[in-house]
Design a protein. Structure first.
Ligand code: AHM
Ligand code: MG
Length: 369
């Protein structure tokens, strides 16, 4: 077995029947996995698979840039132009450009939207339009780059619903439950991609020697009760009393819950990824200054909600399942409580009434209960 390939028997929270069958002469690449999943749908045209490959390429390109970020700064310090004579750009702008250029010409998309751009990104007139829409945050947590903390890319794919030849705003403003695929990449100590097309959430680790994402975490399942609480406590004084009470519950100060351990990287992808694998809750509540919180519904909350639900978890804004929220604006913000199901249910039963996911039947862990 090549040294960098994760060993199947080391993978946590994977059922025995899902163990990855990498051998010295055969590996499960993301491409092979996508093809095998596509075979389960005889009606599939291959367009979504093609889109997922293109995303994988864009993400490998971004991973390269992120890895040399410190170096680029050193080189850039003496001369703010790169070798091609272009002005050096901030990494989040670069990541945005990489995504757009990798995905605008494949004939699979009708339009894109990015956290980095104010309006819809049209497909250039000289390229064919496809049936999917792509929404993304090209480099989440980019304020952490200077201190070498993991950052990530998050993406969401929906179907075109308008009848015109190009994508329109209506195509972008679809509720999260309409997503056909979603994923994220974490540029951490290794680069990992986790994605779903609605048939479970699966993780792939980039093998740098092969330049390929290899299946390392099939069928991820998030524990129902979390170990970790990820929240920025500095907003405590600005939270409503119900949110303050909810945090006391998570910390075991009231309501009889086993106290959670606080872990907050300040990079959503990194916090979410840890909680997905180990069990936990990420919370970015509304506060008195930001009545809708900070995170973006379309680029951050929806795709991560799709993944977490596929892994057995849940996501709510406090009153509504995230994937049921009808977006009205491209850059709409939302409060977010996402992760282990029982802990998300506690947020819902404390802050609102509606179930956090379609299958939620029981109100678990209401504060003070
Ligand atoms: P960004 O998309 O501009 O990077 O902002 C989102 C980031 C998340 O990654 C992170 O969870 C959050 O902002 C941190 O915000 P705060 O510093 O208010 O805790
Ligand atoms: Mg972001």
């Amino acid at each position: 077995m090549p040294a960098d390939i994760p060993r199947a028997d080391c993978i946590a929270r994977t059922r025995k029947s899902d163990l990855v069958k990498h051998t010295a002469t055969s590996v499960v690449t993301i491409e092979r996995f996508i093809i095998e999943q596509e075979r389960l749908h005889p009606e599939a045209t291959g367009e979504l698979s093609g889109l997922l490959y293109d995303l994988g390429l864009a993400e490998k390109m971004i991973a390269n840039k992120v890895r040399s970020a410190g170096l680029a700064d050193i080189l850039g310090a003496t001369d703010l132009e790169n070798v091609q004579g272009e002005t050096q750009q901030k990494l989040d702008v670069l990541a945005n450009e990489i995504m757009v250029k990798a995905l605008d010409h494949g004939g699979r998309l009708c339009a894109m939207a990015s956290e980095e751009e104010p309006d819809i990104i049209p497909i250039p007139e000289n390229f064919r339009c496809g049936k999917y829409c792509l929404l993304f945050d090209p480099l989440d947590g980019s304020s952490n780059i200077d201190v070498n903390v993991p950052v990530g890319t998050i993406f969401s794919v929906t179907r075109k619903i308008t009848s015109g030849s190009r994508g329109e705003m209506e195509d972008m403003l679809q509720a999260g439950r309409k997503q056909v695929a979603a994923g994220y990449v974490i540029y951490g100590s290794s680069t990992m991609m986790v994605y779903t097309t609605g048939q479970g959430a699966h993780g792939f680790t980039l093998d740098p020697s092969l330049g390929e994402f290899l299946l390392s975490h099939p069928n991820i399942r998030i524990p129902a009760v979390g170990r970790y609480l990820s929240v920025n406590d500095s907003y405590h004084g600005q939270w409503e009393p119900e949110v303050q009470a909810l945090m006391r519950y998570y910390r075991g100060q009231e309501g009889g819950r086993q106290p959670m351990s606080t872990r907050y990287v300040g990079s959503l992808v990194a916090d979410f990824h840890r909680n997905l694998l180990g069990g936990g809750l990420f919370a970015y509540p509304a506060n008195r200054k930001n009545r809708r919180g900070k995170l973006r519904l379309l680029y951050e909350a929806n795709p991560l909600a799709f993944i977490v639900e596929q892994a057995g978890g849940a996501a709510t804004d406090g009153t509504q399942r995230i994937m049921d929220v009808q977006p009205t604006e491209l850059h709409q913000r939302t409060p977010l409580f996402i992760g282990s199901k029982n802990d998300v249910d506690a947020a819902r039963s404390t802050l609102g009434k509606a179930p956090a996911d379609a299958s939620a039947r029981t109100a678990v862990g209401s504060v003070g209960a």
